[in-house]
Design a protein around this ligand. Sequence first.
Ligand SMILES: [Mg+2]
Length: 233
Amino acid sequence: MPLKYIYFDLDNTLLDHNNAESRSHEQIYNQFPVIQHVSLGDWLKTYKEVNHNLWVQYQDGEIDRDELQFLRFHNTMAELEISTDRSKEIGHTYMETYREFWDWIEDAEETLEATCRKFSVGIITNGFKETQHKKFKKLKIARYTDRMIISEELGVLKPHPKVFDHATDLAGVERDEILYVGDSYSSDIVGGINAGWKTAWYTAAESETEPEEKPDLTFDRFSDLRRFLHLEL
Ligand SMILES: [Mg+2]
């Protein structure tokens, strides 16, 4: 079946989350001397591990969003044996700074624009409702689509079938007429394949382990996605 509907993931597919995250960490590192007791490299490495584990707990419903946002700084500092006194303030400053650095991944905006001229387009994202709405606003995504599905609003996260079934209903087309473009093999590609969709895996941000089931397209430059969709800029 020819494609009719294209859904995109947001973080690290359209919006450069990795860049905003590291630049924001650099900023809090320079701003809070307590963190400078360890190297920036050790700080980032520990934060990423702690944050990842907390996201798994959040995904399993063991902790809520506020706990995640607090604990990822508190636990990183505790693990690195530095004072946790200002962890709440540091977490707050991080979120403020993180927002300032939100920007498109290279070539992503042009590709989204070209895609919505030819197909119906939507966004499906995990992440915090409030933050994701602010990201849509900052990138002015409403110029390209008003269909934004935030999994937190459905009470489950990708790759849960409920997210993809809901998105299928909203698209109003057959399952194999939908393509999902995303960077996470475990959330986006597995979720899309299980839903009977076609999938395009963007691997430039972070390529995980060798996939068990191949996506219809694996790409690390948006020009490859445009070629796959027969799009002109
Ligand atoms: Mg992503």
